[in-house]
Design a binder for this molecule. Structure first.
Ligand code: GLV
Ligand code: MG
Length: 347
């Protein structure tokens, strides 16, 4: 184990000091774009104000013969635009691929001062984070990068799930984690071809009825155990949990449900793979105006966060005050980006 005294020291002379606390950022959706697709790239300027995070995807879904073009396209995009307070992320290829090293080397060299977060897929253990952490520090000092580039891990292998707590605690460079249900299904040899969501065959059946009438059965969430484990690992280490992709683009109801479950469980956002999913993420990961107004009443009734108060017939105490604070603080962040919601929240 690394000595506590060394945890926050830069890993290379001249690299920026690691953050002690993650920078505040609104990250309701991480919107993916393929860097090699000229048509998509031509619309990046108009996308920037519409999303919280834009991510150039270099990994899965990019054909092997387009990997270099996707990387070059991402670098050109990063250079061409001012992203303002929209996050700029990149999903690089995995550590065991022939592209990963050039992904990191070229991106930091060319646009290291613009990239906020590198998403690392197929993370198996803290050793994967340590490798990228060290490499980034060396490149940051070589290219005089001003603020540390953060690492976001995708939790998408059985090994990764086993080691999720060590991954979350691996480095002050850790930004957060996303559940990757497609690769995780493959890694576990699950018998499904879906990207997230439920499965009609994964259900619980009510006990048999004496009168032989049909038994009710309900679909269950295949991902709940892993997802909850990931959220706990992230929050315990003060990093951010996200749901990953929802692949059935046409099924916006099921997408919304997946996002909503993630929001309720403590996630700050989810991936959007298609522009149609952006509005869904915005709706779900922004607190509901009624909840914000109610949270405001709790905070007002208990200014120091202790004691007990009755509001609209409901008992409030220190614990509900803390819940109210989470919602209210998030609403403040959302309001800074979204004037319509600011009005709805009564700010
Ligand atoms: C995402 O990368 C996934 O595999 O679900
Ligand atoms: Mg994956």
């Amino acid at each position: 184990m690394k000595l506590p005294v060394n945890f926050y020291k830069p890993l290379s002379i001249g690299a920026p000091a690691p953050f002690r606390e993650l920078p505040v950022a609104l990250e309701r959706m991480i919107h993916f774009f393929p860097g090699h697709n000229e048509k998509v790239r031509a619309r990046i300027g108009e996308m920037i104000p519409k999303v919280d995070v834009l991510l150039g995807n270099l990994e899965d879904a990019i054909p092997a013969d387009a990997k270099e073009a996707a990387r070059a396209g991402f670098i050109a995009t990063a250079k061409e635009h001012d992203f303002g307070n929209t996050g700029l992320w990149v999903r690089i290829n995995p550590l065991n691929s022939p592209w990963m090293l050039d992904d990191v080397m070229e991106i930091v060299a060319e646009v290291g001062n613009k990239v906020d977060v590198i998403m690392l897929p197929k993370v198996e253990g803290d050793w994967d984070i340590h490798y990228l952490d060290q490499l980034l520090a060396q490149l940051e000092s070589r290219y005089k990068i001003e603020k540390p580039i953060l690492i976001h891990a995708i939790l998408e292998t059985a090994q990764g799930v086993k080691n999720v707590e060590e991954i979350a605690a691996a480095s002050p460079r850790m930004h957060g984690m996303s559940l990757g249900p497609a690769d995780l299904a493959a890694s576990r040899r699950m018998k499904t071809t879906r990207v997230g969501g439920g499965h009609p065959f994964y259900r619980v059946l009510e006990d048999p009825k004496e009168d032989g009438s049909p038994r009710i059965s309900a679909q269950q969430d295949l991902w709940h155990y892993t997802f909850a484990k990931m959220v706990d690992a992230c929050v315990a280490n003060d990093i951010r949990p996200f749901y990953g992709p929802f692949g059935d683009i046409a099924d916006s109801d099921a997408c919304e449900q997946q996002f909503r479950n993630a929001y309720l469980m403590g996630c700050v956002g989810a991936w959007t793979l298609h522009p149609n999913q952006i509005a869904i993420a915005k709706r779900v990961f922004s607190p509901d105006p009624d909840e914000v107004i109610f949270a405001g009443k709790i905070l007002e009734a208990m200014p120091d966060g202790t004691g007990v108060a009755m509001i609209d017939g409901k008992m409030q105490d220190d614990a509900t005050w803390k819940q109210a604070k989470v919602i209210y603080d998030l609403a403040k962040k959302v309001a800074e980006r979204d004037p319509e919601l600011a009005t709805a929240y009564g700010f």
